[in-house]
Every structure is written in C-alpha cells, then in structure tokens.
Design a protein around this ligand. Structure first.
Ligand code: FES
Ligand code: FES
Length: 154
C-alpha cells in the first residue's frame, strides 16, 4: 500500500512499490491528463510536480515519493483553468494535437517557479519536452506572456 498526497488530497493505492508513479496517477487514480509517451524520461509528456519541482513520472517508482511530499498534476494546477499559463496557452492557441501539452504546461510551471522571468535561452535550456507537432515557438511566447502576467499581478 502506498500513501500519496496528490492535488491536495491524501490517497492510498494498492500497488507494487516499483510501479511507476505515472501508472498510479493514470490507472489507479484516474487522472489521465498526464500522458505516457516514451516511458524513458526523454519526452516530458508525463511531467508532474513533486514539491514544486517538475518531474518525469514515467521513471519514478511510487515508493520513491514520501506521503508528505506534494504531488501536483495538470488537474490540480488550477481549480478553474485560470492559471496564467493556461490563459496564455489559450491566448496563443499553443496546442496542435495536444498530446504533449499537459507535460509542457507542467514543465513551464516548474520553470516559472524557479525563474519568474525566463529568456528564450532559459526556456530552450529548461523546457526539454518534445512536441512532435512543433509548437515550440508558441510555447515560448505563452511562457513569456504568463511570466509577464504573473509579474504584473505582483
Ligand atoms: S513518458 Fe515520461 S518522459 Fe516520456
Ligand atoms: S501538440 Fe502535438 S505533440 Fe505537441
């Protein structure tokens, strides 16, 4: 039995300790916004936060997360979709097929927590998520708009 705090709720799941956290999030907890793609920590589709740090959940065994650590998935980023990144994503019509985008937003949210005003170079260095549709230019524009929105909001 694993105990997890996810999106502000304590949950218990009956899984093997080496089960990837991504499997638990999607299969046991039904939070399917977080996606599986490469499965080897290369693409970022499975990005979530653990204690505010963007983390690729496909290679993290559930046993590596302590019950008191705070897991955040795309479903918990904002109760009503009003996070500055979500608003900027809509304004810039960032997604194409959409498959990579939850991971992209979670990676961007992690970046803005570490660096509230990232340059293009910072974004290129830190957001290493892969988008097969090539939305990178719009991702950069949306991150910068969200950063400005957050800064202006004080
Ligand atoms: S599915 Fe986890 S990094 Fe690709
Ligand atoms: S929007 Fe299609 S893979 Fe990124």
């Amino acid at each position: 039995m694993a105990r997890l705090n996810i999106n502000g709720q304590d949950r218990e799941v009956d899984v093997d300790p080496d089960t990837p956290l991504l499997w638990v999030i999607r299969e046991q907890l039904g939070l399917t916004g977080t996606k599986f793609a490469c499965g080897v920590a290369q693409c970022g589709a499975c990005t979530i936060h653990i204690d505010g740090i963007a983390t690729r959940s496909c290679v993290m065994p559930v046993s590596a997360v302590a019950p008191e650590q705070k897991i955040l998935t795309i479903e918990g980023l904002s109760p009503d979709g009003s996070h500055p990144l979500q608003k900027a994503w809509l304004a810039h019509e960032v997604p194409q097929c959409g498959y990579c985008q939850a991971g992209m937003i979670m990676a961007a949210a992690g970046l803005l927590q570490q660096n509230p005003n990232p340059s293009d170079e910072d974004i290129n260095a830190e957001i290493t998520n892969i988008c097969r549709c090539g939305t990178y230019n719009r991702v950069r524009a949306a991150i910068k708009e969200a950063a400005a929105d957050t800064t202006n909001a004080g």
